[in-house]
Design a protein around this ligand. Structure first.
Ligand code: BG6
Length: 538
């Protein structure tokens, strides 16, 4: 680990520098991967490794850094996927030395890393850890950061390749981006790269998203901007593409001729925790429907891309988002709720309005349900029902494609009364897998038919556990591989879908209450009941 404070030469062992720089100078990424002594030769799932580089993390004291980002860096290292000389620079308003940040990282890794702790991996990562104390508006701190990066290039062979990860509230984006411009850090010298990673929210409506983008794109070219929607990093979400485009089984029935409707659910059992400052005024629809759920919808509804490169994939997703139509009556085609006190997991929990930092008159939705249509030849007339909420009965995210009923049943009514509709359910989390539901004969002398399920579970079919979404996305940033990052056009199209709904809600009353631990407000059930349907019971 580097020692002492910002601007000083980090004290890293001489041999480590020499070895790292030597490998970095000569190795291709594939060679670097092969030469890495920590590489697991059985690990074929992510056999890609970035070239030498530095990851600069703004917002290292935040929850995301602690729970996801720092552990993901360790997990990548543990799997031999970090380049030799890889360095991590934390930037925050803390009076820390490099050692303090290393200690914070160590604790985050110990508590949240997915892969087992290995001293030798930690040691290697630790050698590249640096900290730069400062505030975002402080020119001096950014000058120190620029110096520090230059020194790291010299000592660790990172070649001027920097990724700047903005894990900070959006109000700070302009200042940080302006500082990166002022210090010339945004501009890559010949043969090097500079990338910026932005965490959602990308604005809170179309206008603010455009403003934010104008700030970013004035400094970084679009190809250097990586917008994180962590759902796209989830294995189960990428598997939607595999399921649809690597198989012949589903394509013939993946359309309005066979699909009755689609339900996309993101249910969380947690409340807002300590995130009142972010969440209030944002709400469930802006927090997760605008991004995660609309991305899921796009992946389920899109046509096959000509390849999985970023342009082809994004183009197909954009076509879907452009084809999305809102219900004519937003009053009956949407529902929103706000949790009240209740019971969850055997414990009494407080309501949203009692949470710390929430104004008593807040109208923020903690539950949102929206009915959408994708107006194209494949999907016209098929409703896509999206719902998301906090403090629901359990944590589950899934996409359920529900098929039409059989047009004719040659059975007596008694035999088939409880028969439901065929469904294909992509279980995104926590019980990752796919379920197919269909009717089957109950053993016996009568022709009694009942619904049964056929299951694929990741845990049973594959030996290894899935990488965390942030592991995959961080690796893609360092490699410079953009397919799993939404383009600004997708962000804007998604706000165009949501803005009219938010405007309608703002003018019409307040969210309906629903008790914590329930499945949301009755208005959401009524929304489906009007269409003769019910939400899946999860
Ligand atoms: C984030 C939202 O994008 O996703 C949070 O801001 C939410 O409110 C989180 O809790 C859920 O992520 P996951 O991966 O646990 O489903």
């Amino acid at each position: 680990m580097a020692r002492n404070n910002a601007g000083k030469q980090p004290a890293i062992s001489e041999e480590a520098h020499v070895a790292a720089a030597a490998v970095a100078a000569t190795a291709t990424t594939a060679e670097a991967y092969d030469q890495n002594p920590l590489r697991d030769p059985r690990d074929k799932r992510l056999p890609r490794v970035a070239g030498p580089c530095v990851l600069v993390l703004f917002g290292v004291t935040g929850d995301l850094a602690k729970r996801k980002l720092l552990p993901a860096i360790y997990d990548l290292g543990n799997r031999g996927l970090l380049p030799p000389g890889f360095s991590l620079v934390g930037f925050a308003r803390r009076d820390w030395a490099h050692e303090d940040f290393a200690q914070v990282t160590y604790e985050a890794v110990k508590e949240h890393a997915r892969t087992p702790f290995r001293e030798e991996v930690w040691k290697q990562i630790c050698e590249g850890i640096h900290f730069c104390p400062g505030e975002f508006h402080d020119d001096g701190a950014f000058d120190v950061l620029a110096m520090m990066l230059k020194e790291i290039d010299e000592t660790r062979g990172t070649g001027g390749n920097y990724a700047f990860y903005l894990s900070v509230p959006p109000k700070f984006f302009p200042t940080v981006i302006e500082q990166l411009k002022r210090t010339n850090l945004a501009k890559a010298p010949e043969g090097a790269w500079r990338r910026v990673v932005i965490e959602k929210p990308f604005g809170h409506d179309l206008k603010s998203a455009q403003e934010l983008n104008a700030i970013t794109s004035a400094v970084f070219p679009e190809s250097s901007v990586f917008r994180i929607d962590h759902y796209l990093g989830k294995e189960t979400v990428q598997n939607i593409l595999a399921l649809r485009f690597a198989n012949t089984l589903y394509e013939p029935i993946w359309n309005r001729g066979y699909v009755d409707h689609v339900q996309i659910t993101m249910a969380e059992d947690i409340g807002i925790g300590s995130r009142a400052g972010y969440y209030d005024g944002i709400g469930a629809a802006r927090d997760v429907i605008q991004n995660h759920l609309l991305q899921l919808l796009a992946l389920v509804a899109m046509e096959d891309p000509t390849s999985f490169d970023a342009d082809s994939l994004r183009r197909e997703k954009e076509k879907v988002l452009k084809a999305v139509r809102l219900p004519e009556d937003l009053g009956t085609g949407t529902a929103r709720g706000q949790y009240t006190g209740g019971w969850q997991g055997g414990e009494r929990v407080i309501g949203y309005l009692e949470e710390d930092g929430i104004p008593p008159e807040s109208k923020t939705d903690t539950y949102a349900a929206i009915k959408l249509e994708v107006a194209n030849r494949r999907w016209a007339g098929v409703p896509f029902y999206l719902r998301a909420g906090k403090r629901l009965s359990r944590r589950v995210t899934e996409v359920a494609v529900v098929f039409e009923r059989a047009p004719h049943l040659p059975f007596s009514k008694d035999d088939t009364e409880i028969l439901g509709q065929n469904a294909l359910v992509i279980r995104v989390q926590p019980d990752e897998g796919i379920t197919v539901r269909f009717g089957s004969k109950v053993p016996g002398t009568a022709m009694e038919v009942r619904d049964v399920s056929m299951d694929f579970a990741y845990g049973e079919s594959f030996m290894e556990s899935s990488p965390e979404a942030y592991e995959r996305l961080l690796l893609d940033v360092l490699i410079g591989d953009p397919p799993l990052f939404p383009h600004q056009r997708e962000v804007e199209l998604s706000w165009q879908i949501l803005d009219p709904i938010e405007e309608y809600w703002a003018k019409h009353g307040r969210p309906d209450g629903y008790p914590a631990g329930s499945w949301g407000p009755s208005s959401a059930d009524a929304m489906l009941a009007r269409d003769g349907r019910v939400w899946r019971r999860l």
